[in-house]
Every structure is written in C-alpha cells, then in structure tokens.
Design a binder for this molecule. Sequence first.
Ligand code: SF4
Length: 371
Amino acid sequence: MRRSLHRLVGMTAPRLSDTDADPGSDTGSDTGSDADRRAVLRAGADVAPPSPERVHRRVVDWFGEAARDLPWRRPECTPWGVLVSEIMLQQTPVARVLPRWEVWMQRWPTPTDCARADPAEILTVWDRLGYPRRALRLQSAARAIVDEHAGVVPETADELRALPGIGEYTAAAVACFAFGRPETVVDTNIRRVHTRVFSGAALPGPTYTAAQRRLAHDLMPAADHDGGALACAWNAATMELGALICTARSPQCAVCPAADLCAWRAAGSPPPTESQRTRGQSWKGTDRQVRGAIMAALRDGAADAGAEPGTVPATVPATVPATVLLDGLDLPEASAEQRRRCLDSLVADGLAARGGEPGSAQERIGLPGTL
Ligand code: SF4
C-alpha cells in the first residue's frame, strides 16, 4: 500500500482558483455547519475561523508547487527510509539530517541491515545529529521489526506504536507518509499553523493540549471518498507550511497561501501571551553540551581508527582512558564534577561503555561494544 506523497498531492489537489466552486468556501456556498466552525474555534479568538475545507485546498495546492524535494518523499523511498527520516527529524533541522540520512540508508538500507549493525557504528553514523539515544532506539525498532514483522515495516499506527522508541507522532507520520493511511499527524509546525489559522492565537504554547488534539482531529479531511489521500496531503502540506512560511519567529504572511483565511492575521496578529511562549533551551554550559563533547571525542577516536573524515571506520574504534577523555574536553567552564556526571550518565544510557573501576587508573571508555 506504499504511496508516493507527491503522487498523492497530484491526485487529490487539482488547482482550484478562489472563484471555483470550492466546497466549504466561507464566501457563500459553505457546506460546513456553524457547529463545525465553532468546533475548531477553541482558543477564544474574536475572529471566526475559516472553513477547514477551504484551508485544506489552499494549503495542499501550495504544497503541490512548493514542497521541497526531499529524498524521503520520493516514490522510491521505502517505509524504512521514511521511518529513519522521522526519527532523525525530531529536534533536528532538515539541512543537518539530509547528509546523515543518505549515509544511514546507504549503509543500512533495510531494518535487517540496521538490526545487525554494531552499536558503535550506529552512533558514529549518527554523528552530530544530537540526542543520540534516538539512534539506539531506532536500532531497537529495527530489531523488533525483524523479530516481530519478518523485517517488514508494519503499516498501521497501532503496530508502529508498539515498536520500541516509536511514539504517537512517529507512528502516525510513518503510517501516513509511508503507507497513505489517514492518521492525524501533529508536530510542532502543524500545531502552530492550526493555532494561528483556526484559533487566532500567536503560538500554541509549550504543551500539546487536549483541545489542540481535538482541533487537529476535527480538521482532518474525511477519508471516505478518496481513501485518505487528501488527509495525508493535508498533514504533509501543513507541516511544510509551518516549516517554511508560518515559522515561529517570523511568519511570512505576505506570501502565505492561507493569508486571507488566517484567524490570527484577521485579528491583527496579536503578540504571544506569556503562557504561549516557549523558552529556548540553552546549550552552553549544560550537561547536554558536555555529553555532546564526550560523544564527539569517542566518535573522533573512532575516526582516528583509520577512516576518512566523514566516513565510518571499518574497524572497531579505539577506547581511551577516562582521565584522558575527561581532561581533554575543550570546555574550560565545565567542572570535573560535571564532566564525571555526564560520563556516568552516558554509560547509564548505553551510549558509552566502561572498562575498569570508575575513577581508577584502569578506567577506559569507548563506544558501546568496544569493551
Ligand atoms: S497568514 Fe501568517 S500566521 Fe497565518 S498561516 Fe499564513 S504565515 Fe501563518
């Protein structure tokens, strides 16, 4: 049942001008009831929300022309490729994911290849994508796919959700983007677009609320007459609009396909309230920075083991004395206590391996599987 997202868009979203008979147009022949409209106005905006059908058409039409040509959206991409991309894209921008995804898929084109891989290689290929536990969780999912699904990525959101490390978002996204199933997909970008267009608020706030979940479900195009093709295109198109146009800090309303329908814009683009703001996570001086530096040092050790820069070593990477590793971190502001705490947490998370007694002269550290 694998379907190309591009094909879905072409099939379900023939271009309609605003004067075409657009079912659900809020300029006259609207088929949506007042109750339907009230159902999507959850946040108390003073401006009436637009009809979902009209927004669907605008945004999906725009997506048909403006969508980025990303390898995981191409017809030849496998469901495994889609799953890998969805895990990598959590908390990491597309530009940084692209080269890592290419290397990953070259090296492990199927779940079976990934399941057999050395965890040290997995973490080395993951490189600087951040949150490296995602890499090990992806391998755990690959192993479950091999053990429980004969190496074939399952199609339904429930089956995907049952895989280790796969959450509600990823399960819905893979079921939709890889298999054309009309699941409700909600990521940060989609939540922001829904909030602005239909609720008239500037930002959705840090928490995915029950009201936002209901709104997302209410907004999904019906799947009974097209098998869910428009619903899947709507998910992808809204996500792309949030990533490219309706960004958190500087939405480009002047070029937005939904500009004249958007409740936030109609309300005069009010600024975010204090509770809607999301505090940016600081990086400098945090344990995340120190953990990242330790992982980079371990991977660099792997690179020193004989590989060309940017590639993966063929040999098992070297281990290093813990004192050399921790004293050698180029982080003058990180205390010895913080370095030690971060190293211990990486070992506890299974991202690093330790030989010898902690704190002893024999203590050595390496990537998983090296000790
Ligand atoms: S008009 Fe502006 S705020 Fe509204 S959806 Fe478009 S970019 Fe976002």
